[in-house]
Write a protein that binds this ligand. Structure first.
Ligand code: ADP
Length: 166
């Protein structure tokens, strides 16, 4: 099975990395697909997000990272992929995710299914938005980043510091 793990990954966190590795262990090939969403203004550009993900997965032989825009099912079907992977952290994620799974199945004529992996409990509280918020407040206030360092890979921590310290 080939699968696709889509998201904004702004920035990639240890929670994302865990879901990608656990699903890659079940797949022949996993594509981590970074959404280039024109309606959001991300902290990191799509090129920066792709570069950080490629760095995080540089030793994972069956994981590739690409950017995409437009409908996920169009991108998936161009690549011949029928399985979408998503991570679930909470009841909130379940409520948000289910309509997308139904839409994607219907938009693909019943071909594309979504599969979910539960978040690892120690990563359940991590989201890109909290990481961005805490990093902005910590670096502007000159605080130490020990807690943040347990949530993202070292290269992402350095990129956050570089972007937000000044
Ligand atoms: P976020 O900004 O909330 O981190 P993304 O759009 O980048 O979200 O998330 C991509 C996918 O990864 C979604 O399915 C999301 O539920 C999942 N995900 C995000 N953070 C985690 C985490 N800490 N543990 C497990 N799954 C996660």
């Amino acid at each position: 099975m080939n699968a696709i793990y889509p998201g904004s990954f702004d920035p990639v966190t240890n929670g994302h990395i865990d879901i990608a590795r656990r699903s890659a262990a079940l797949c022949t090939h996993l594509t981590v697909a970074v959404l280039d969403n024109l309606h959001k203004s991300p902290l990191f550009s799509v090129e920066e997000r792709v570069a950080m993900l490629r760095d995080a997965f540089r030793q994972d032989k069956n994981i590739e990272v690409e950017a995409f825009s437009g409908l996920l099912v169009d991108y998936a079907s161009k690549k011949g992929i029928m399985t979408i992977i998503r991570g679930l952290r909470s009841q909130d994620d379940i409520a948000k995710e289910l309509p997308y799974a139904i839409w994607n199945r219907q938009l693909s004529g019943g071909l594309v299914e979504t599969m979910y992996l539960p978040a690892e409990p120690s990563y359940q509280h991590i989201s890109g938005s909290i990481v961005r918020e805490v990093a902005a407040l910590q670096y502007r206030g000159g605080h130490n980043d020990k807690i943040l360092a347990s949530m993202v890979p070292p290269a992402v921590l350095a990129a956050l510091r570089e972007k937000l310290e000044h």
